[in-house]
Design a protein around this ligand. Structure first.
Ligand code: GLN
Length: 504
């Protein structure tokens, strides 16, 4: 697999019979083999299954059939999505060795679109974190600088695409876990509208916030991937009944006449004071680029954004404390036999199986939900959620989409944010969309400190993904040259290889 390859490029070559899916998958597996020792994006590589599936795709093409819009595209899945017969760990010792008996809906949908799953990627344990350092199986390294984190929690998925091991990967975003690592790794990351992509088979962290979405190197690839994985699913009660909005056809529509709102709280004032100056400057540059492309820039205010972080760190742990109660050594989880009561066994199981951050969240959440504190903490946090929705509604009366930084900083070093609060502050710009259930996307836009990638965030109202893609495509077209990853598959670093991986 070459890093210059796009999912659309691969799919069109495979569909036309110009390239075989087997050859594409072999190239992806070779890139993983060559590079993953330095990056550690993958927890599991399913080479045999991928090659068998690729041979099926080639047979379909040879017989005159069309395997679908993602024909032959290698895809990496965050290891919190269930895969039948393939270990699914959530990067936790408590699930180590667990083999799900079924596939998540997204996995079924990717396959129905012709994509080929090549493996499972590393994450912060149970998706709790912003650096992938909370994985029980070792951290992932950023392909742009292996001394730095890729972001998180979907760090493995972001790194796999950034290094060119696969053109497409799938992550989950509860408070920013697709967008923040996309920003730190220099790739595109989409968190769709809550309910637009089925959560069936996604191991729950905070059910009212969790959403699945793609990582890609281009905006067009993200549109195709979103259309492939989106849509109603009767197996997820929060799945939206409307069909997935058409995004591919919106890509070329331009931004002429669109109003782009700049969220003032995330660009100046107290909240933004902790943001790196280069990150703020890239956001201003992105606004200027959109204005030059015909959009109108309007300043908007989302005042309750300043309470988003506090509300999130009550609601998400509260839901997690409930969701993670199933890992008790009886229903789920590797049992540790200890003492002479069931309670002793459960205590030993959970003590040994969960890492420090997961335990912290369970304690925070259990406390927030406890009788006597429920209304003061959980109830109040839910009311903040309503305020944020009202603020966004006012902002969207003035603007079609909103713009902000994605992450306050570029990729940071391992151990650099060792106290939990400093780490949580990473999510300040991404959390409001999760609380509102709105779609948001990170698009690479130049570099910040140490020539590392910076992403800018676009936000839109419920199911307004098409307008998000219009603006994202315009930003991509205007973006400064992207830095090359230090660890990358050949086509990204060798100009003599074209974007199909073929020597010129
Ligand atoms: N970093 C945030 C957290 O730790 C968001 C995680 C996510 O989106 N899964 O909760």
């Amino acid at each position: 697999m070459s890093a210059g390859e796009t999912a659309l490029g691969v799919a069109s070559a495979v569909r036309s019979g110009e390239r075989s899916a087997v050859e594409v998958v072999e190239a992806s597996l070779a890139a993983i083999d060559a590079l993953d020792g330095q990056v550690h994006a993958f927890l599991e590589v399913t080479a045999e299954e991928a090659l068998a599936r690729a041979a099926d795709i080639d047979e379909t093409v040879a017989a005159g059939g069309d395997p679908g819009p993602l024909a032959g595209v290698p895809v990496a899945l965050k290891d919190n999505m269930c895969t039948e017969g393939v270990p699914t760990t959530c990067s936790s010792k408590i699930l180590e060795g667990w083999i799900p008996p079924y596939d998540a809906t997204v996995v079924e949908k990717l396959r129905a679109a012709g994509a080929i799953t090549v493996g499972k990627t590393n994450l912060d344990e149970f998706a709790m974190g912003s650096s992938t350092e909370n994985s029980a199986f070792g951290a992932t390294r950023n392909p742009h600088d292996t001394d730095r984190v890729p972001g998180g929690s979907s760090g493995g998925s972001a790194a796999a695409v950034a290094a060119g091991m696969t053109p497409l990967s799938i992550g989950s975003d509860t408070g920013g876990s697709i967008r923040q690592p996309a920003s730190l790794c220099g790739v595109v990351g989409l968190k769709p509208t809550y309910g637009a992509v089925s959560r069936f088979g996604l191991i729950a962290f905070a059910s009212s916030l969790d959403q699945i979405g793609p990582f890609t190197r281009t905006v067009a690839d993200a549109a195709v991937a979103f259309e492939a994985i989106g849509g109603h699913d009767v197996r997820d009660s929060t799945s939206i009944p409307e069909p997935v909005p058409s995004c591919v056809e919106a890509l070329g529509a331009g931004v002429d006449g669109l109003r782009v709102g700049i969220i003032s709280e995330l660009l100046e004032g107290e909240l933004a004071s902790g943001f790196e100056p280069e990150v703020l400057q890239r956001t201003r540059d992105a606004a200027a680029a959109l204005e030059a492309a015909g959009a109108t820039i309007v300043p908007v205010s989302v005042p309750s954004a300043i309470y988003g972080l506090s509300a999130y760190y009550l609601i998400a742990p509260a839901e997690a404390s409930s969701n993670l109660s199933r890992y008790d050594g009886v229903r789920y989880g590797n049992r540790v036999v200890a003492g002479d009561s069931t309670a002793d066994m459960m205590r030993a199981t959970r003590t040994a199986g969960f890492g420090a951050e997961v335990k912290r969240r369970i304690m925070l959440g259990t406390y927030a939900l406890s009788a006597g504190y429920y209304d003061a903490f959980y109830g109040k946090a839910q009311r903040v959620r309503t305020l944020i929705l009202e603020d966004f509604a006012r902002a969207y009366a003035q603007a079609d989409v909103l713009l902000s930084p994605t992450s306050p900083c570029v990729a940071f070093g391992f151990g650099a944010k060792s106290d939990p609060l400093t780490m949580y502050l990473n999510d300040v710009a991404t959390i409001p969309s999760n609380l509102a259930g709105h779609p948001a996307m990170s698009v690479p836009f130049g570099t910040g400190a140490d020539d590392l990638p910076v992403g800018v965030q676009l936000l839109a109202p419920t199911l307004a993904e098409p307008v998000l893609f219009r603006v994202a495509a315009a930003l991509e077209a205007a973006a400064p040259a992207a830095p090359l990853p230090a660890v990358a598959a050949p086509a990204l670093t060798d100009p003599t290889i074209d974007d199909q991986g073929v020597p010129a």
